[in-house]
Design a protein around this ligand. Structure first.
Ligand code: SF4
Length: 76
């Protein structure tokens, strides 16, 4: 049976929430019956996106309220 999990791939300080947040990827590992098949990434999310989306302010692409700003694409 395939195994699906969320894994942190980047960590950034987000000024919008004044906290450290994680960029997470949903990774699907194949069933043991298919050992030659590698894991697949099916999606990404910010660890604080849901709460951020509900605070009423425009924030970033991960909250769905500002497609022009992605805090995880900034170099540090
Ligand atoms: S959704 Fe965007 S603005 Fe909100 S905490 Fe995550 S990175 Fe910061």
């Amino acid at each position: 049976m395939a195994y699906r999990t969320w894994q942190t791939i980047k960590v950034r300080y987000c000024h919008h929430v004044d906290a450290q947040v994680d960029l997470e990827a949903q990774v699907i590992y194949p069933a043991d019956l298919l050992p030659d098949q590698g894991p697949r990434v099916s999606g990404h999310r910010c660890s604080r996106a849901i709460a951020c989306n509900l605070d009423g302010r425009s924030s970033c692409v991960w909250a769905g309220t500002n497609p022009a700003y992605d805090p995880f694409s900034e170099t540090i």
